[in-house]
Design a protein around this ligand. Structure first.
Ligand SMILES: NC(=O)c1ccc[n+]([C@@H]2O[C@H](COP(=O)([O-])OP(=O)(O)OC[C@H]3O[C@@H](n4cnc5c(N)ncnc54)[C@H](O)[C@@H]3O)[C@@H](O)[C@H]2O)c1
Length: 352
């Protein structure tokens, strides 16, 4: 298998997880190597370049684009800086891994998918929570039939999250786009189907310095009957962060909390506790590994941009529902998200 040259565009907060994850522990092994960094912010560029010993550092996108050693670029810019950097990279022949949320809008996401297909390049989205240790365990148990058919899911995520200066303070799309997009994608991953309708209610409480929504509830009804509900709360006065996920099935339930996943059977006493501890940075390397293997084998990665149009359609539907105060029905011609081993092409939801 070839070893790919990787460039990182954006040396802000999340670059640390990519730099650490790609290189440390098992990392990417022989699959790929970070060969260049790029950021318009020279201080961050120098800081991350020095810390992680990457000597090629660019301040201009054009210079990264022109570097022939770079085969694949990880885009770590804020969500509203996407098409303007991703499309030139694709046109220059680079494959691209984009951080979540895939795009600021569903229309921009579609534009990038079309560009990737026109350029015959692979475009993937870092939905790394699919590879977080608890989700890996949940997926393994659900796919093995440990709880029978999935009936419904609940996600409760509550914390105090007052952001410092930066794009999270000024964006109109906050709790849903920044955090809950992980849960929407996980709902799809475990339901193994696409959303039929979505209802959401959001509010901006004014308690935080950020202006976007900081309290949100979303209900998704999937075509196969699965109902998934989430609460994403950034301004809770509770003293500990709540992150609880529950899946009910015909034969049992799964609860993920902290580093444990517990399976409950329908008989009292039928309980199994599974360890779900893991290095979070490894989930970032996992996304890159999935993309590099897909490039090498000429297949569609399970986290492809086209697959992610279905996650973006849920996010877009939630915002439209919250604005209109109505259920949003999602048109689509899709098929379920691919299992990791299948790496098959997910056909996009064509909802607005
Ligand atoms: N997957 C996860 O778990 C996870 C966690 C945190 C953040 N993220 C995502 O990562 C992305 C970045 O978030 P962050 O917290 O690192 O943001 P950040 O603001 O800390 O960093 C963004 C960097 O991009 C640079 N940048 C902006 N425009 C640029 C351009 N045109 N060319 C080159 N550099 C440019 C900025 O100078 C900055 O250094 C967001 O989409 C965010 O949602 C994902």
């Amino acid at each position: 298998m070839p070893s790919f040259g990787i460039g990182l565009l954006g040396c802000g907060r999340i670059s640390e997880n990519h730099l650490r994850g790609y290189r440390h522990g098992d990392g990417l092994g022989d699959l790929g190597e970070i060969v260049a960094l790029c950021d318009v912010n020279e201080t961050l560029l120098e800081q991350q370049g020095t810390k992680h010993q990457v000597t090629t550092r660019y301040r201009r996108l054009e210079d990264l684009v022109a570097d022939d050693r770079v085969d694949v670029v990880t885009v770590l810019t804020p969500p509203d800086v996407r098409t303007g950097v991703v499309i030139p990279l694709l046109e220059a022949g680079k494959h691209v891994l984009v951080e979540k949320p895939f795009a600021h809008t569903l229309a921009e996401a579609k534009e990038m998918v079309a560009a990737a297909e026109a350029c015959d390049r692979l475009l993937a989205v870092n939905q790394n929570y699919r590879w977080r240790a608890d989700t890996l365990k949940l997926k393994e148990l659900v796919d093995a039939g440990a709880i029978g058919e999935v009936l419904g899911m609940h996600q409760l995520h509550a914390m105090w999250r007052d952001e410092g200066p930066g794009w999270r303070r000024t964006t109109d799309y906050l709790a849903l786009a920044v955090m809950a997009v992980h849960w929407l994608d996980r709902f799809r991953w475990l339901a193994r189907d696409e959303g039929a309708s979505v209802y959401a209610a959001t509010r901006s409480t004014g308690l935080l310095q950020s202006q976007g929504e900081d309290w949100a509830a979303v209900t998704v009804r999937f075509r196969n009957g699965v109902i998934a509900h989430m609460t994403e709360d950034w301004c809770s006065a509770s003293r500990h962060k709540a992150d609880t996920f529950l899946v009910d099935g015909t034969k049992g339930s799964l609860v993920a909390e902290g580093k444990l996943v517990t399976r409950y059977g329908r008989d009292n006493g039928d309980e199994q506790v599974h360890d779900a501890a893991g290095d979070f940075a490894a989930s970032f390397a996992h996304s890159m590994q999935v993309l590099l293997e897909a490039i090498a084998s000429g297949t569609e990665p399970s986290i492809s941009g086209r697959d992610n149009l279905n996650t973006m359609a849920l996010l877009d539907g939630a915002y439209r529902s919250a604005e209109a105060g109505e259920v949003v029905h999602l048109a689509h011609n899709g098929r379920p998200a691919a299992a990791p081993s299948e790496r098959s092409l997910g056909v996009a939801n064509v909802g607005r």
